[in-house]
Design a protein around this ligand. Structure first.
Ligand code: GLC
Ligand code: CA
Length: 543
């Protein structure tokens, strides 16, 4: 496909991410579902988004909430049917919204028919679909660890071998070196393309080309070869958006992933900016105070690095990360101000913004007791850390700060029982603050976080500088302010934000005083200072 640098539809699009089990239940079983999503499409249309990335709804034993797929070409009954999915695609399209499916291609469920066969014996035709190594029952091939705890190797009695799993034991890794595996996957992708989806999000895509003997997990030597082959055989046959989740990407590899020549993916979804408050080289549970200058430096380097050479996803949170207003903002008295500030800082940048369900109303983390959590990663980490002798309150502090269930609590629609999410018992508790923080209240308040997001989406479509402008960070050494300029030949925009809860002295540079304020989270300007979490966007140009 022929494409030049800035002409692709998804470059001024905004994506909304739905975690289906927690979005809207339609039948009272306490689990969100596809008919529930359909019933909320008008809400999303009013917000102005262009596409929905929907986390996995395929058939799955739900060991990792759907990231363990047992049939890529069917919908889990918990979420509905294939016909519901077709309805969703059609109903969304009517409203100008595309559907992005979540493709988990690094691994399947151990209950996938391929794996059920594969584990039977070494001679089974499906055996080589997965990654096997010899060993004896108590001596695994090496000491590689799985992301969800324990060894990355699991003994399979029938085959008399170990299989490799980067995530849970119920998520065996696929063997991408096997061309038959790749062809099966491409066929499946084309089948979804024919159903009318507008794109795909590719789960842990940088990990597919692993070489476990060399302890290479991300960025294996054949990774880009596989991605290019996949794109040739699938995505390039449609005008799709493809977003690659890549924890292991650096700027150089991201340029390959998202090169404007379209050989691989539309954009990369990388996480460096989410790691500025953890101890370097340790796990996400090892908390450290936010290194604000590092955060700015990381974001600026990615902005500059991918300018004209790649394309970034802009996000603060998703289903694997804490709620941003709790993580980087203030979920107490300055909840609305800080949520808007964070939105402006992010949406002013170059890339495709992602809004995670509930972010647009400033939903917060959920400080639950351990019994109230459901996530496999969180529960395994709890057990492992308690076993390591870390005091319980410290373990819980990390979980409250970083646990994935913070983002997986039910969407807060109104102040009725269970926040309007379900008429039954929700699969995970509703955040008790729903009576105050909910969509109904947000829609009724012209000053709410919701309207800030709506405006940001509209601005991106109105002013080309959002899509095309270069990026320059001002005052990189400031410990409080996040200020940057975006610039094209005929437009200039400045985003200024006080990232913290104290007043900071600051003078708006002279030339910007005649700028047009596009958005501001306070009613007026105050000379010589930015108030707690104050942020605005101002514009110089012809429009
Ligand atoms: C990705 C998903 C996460 C899942 C993991 C394994 O990081 O976003 O939710 O647990 O991959 O598939
Ligand atoms: Ca349901």
């Amino acid at each position: 496909m022929n494409q030049t640098v800035n002409d692709r539809w998804w470059k001024d699009s905004v994506i909304y991410q739905i975690y289906p089990r927690s979005f809207q239940d339609s039948n009272g079983d306490g689990i969100g579902d596809i008919p529930g999503i359909i019933s909320r499409l008008d809400y999303l249309k009013d917000l102005g988004i262009d596409a929905i990335w929907i986390c996995p709804v395929y058939r799955s034993p739900q060991d990792d909430c759907g990231y363990d797929i047992s049939d890529y070409q069917d919908i889990d009954p918990m979420f509905g049917t294939l016909r519901d999915m077709d309805d969703l695609i059609r109903e969304a399209k009517k409203r100008g919204i595309g559907i992005i499916m979540d493709l988990v291609l690094n691994h399947t469920s151990d209950e996938h028919p391929w794996f059920r066969e594969a584990r039977k014996s070494r001679d089974n035709p499906y055996h080589d679909y997965y990654v096997w190594r010899d060993g004896t029952k108590d001596v695994p091939p090496n000491d590689l660890k799985a992301s969800f705890g324990g060894s990355a190797w699991e003994w399979a009695e029938e085959a008399g071998q170990y299989y490799f799993h980067q995530f849970s034991v119920k998520q065996p890794d696929l063997n991408w070196n096997n061309p038959m595996v790749r062809q099966e996957i491409y066929r499946m992708i084309r089948w979804w393309m024919e159903r009318g989806v507008c794109g795909f999000r590719l789960d842990v895509i940088d990990q597919i080309a692993k070489e476990p003997d060399k302890k290479i997990l991300a960025n294996g030597p054949r990774l880009h070869e596989y991605l290019q082959e996949m794109t040739r055989e699938t995505f390039s046959r449609g005008d799709l958006i493809t977003v690659g989740e890549a924890w292991g990407a650096d700027i150089e590899s991201a340029k390959k992933f998202s090169s404007p020549d379209g050989k691989e993916l539309s954009m990369v979804f990388q996480f460096w900016h989410t790691l500025a408050d953890q101890q370097i080289g340790k796990t996400k549970w090892d908390l450290a105070p936010l290194n604000f200058r590092m955060l700015k430096d990381i974001m600026a380097r990615w902005q500059e690095g991918l300018y004209r050479e790649g394309w970034n996803s802009l996000f603060w949170n998703n289903h694997d990360l804490p709620r941003v207003v709790s993580h980087l903002g203030n979920d107490g008295p300055y909840r609305a101000e800080s949520a808007k500030m964070l939105a402006m800082v992010l949406h002013g940048m170059q890339g495709t913004p992602y809004i995670y369900q509930g972010e647009e109303i400033g939903m917060t983390n959920a400080p639950y007791d351990i019994e109230d959590y459901r996530d496999i990663e969180l529960l395994n980490a709890y057990r492992e850390r308690i076993r390591e002798g870390i005091p319980e309150d410290e373990v819980m502090r990390s979980i409250h700060a970083k646990g994935r269930d913070n983002a997986r609590t039910p969407m807060q629609w109104d102040d009725s029982r269970c926040a309007g999410f379900t008429e039954g018992e929700p699969w995970i508790k509703v955040n008790p603050n729903y009576s105050e923080i909910n969509v109904k209240a947000a829609l009724a308040d012209p000053d709410s976080v919701y309207y800030c997001y709506r405006k940001l989406i509209a601005l991106r479509k109105e002013y080309p500088v959002f899509k095309d402008g270069s990026f320059t960070l001002l005052m990189p050494d400031s410990e409080d302010l996040f200020v940057y300029i975006r610039e094209t030949d005929d437009e200039k925009m400045l985003v200024a934000a006080n990232f913290f809860g104290r007043e900071i002295k600051w003078d708006l540079p002279e030339e910007w005083k005649k700028g047009k304020i596009l958005l501001h989270n306070y009613d007026d300007m105050k000379d010589g200072m930015l108030r707690p979490y104050e942020a605005f966007m101002t514009y110089l140009g012809e429009r």
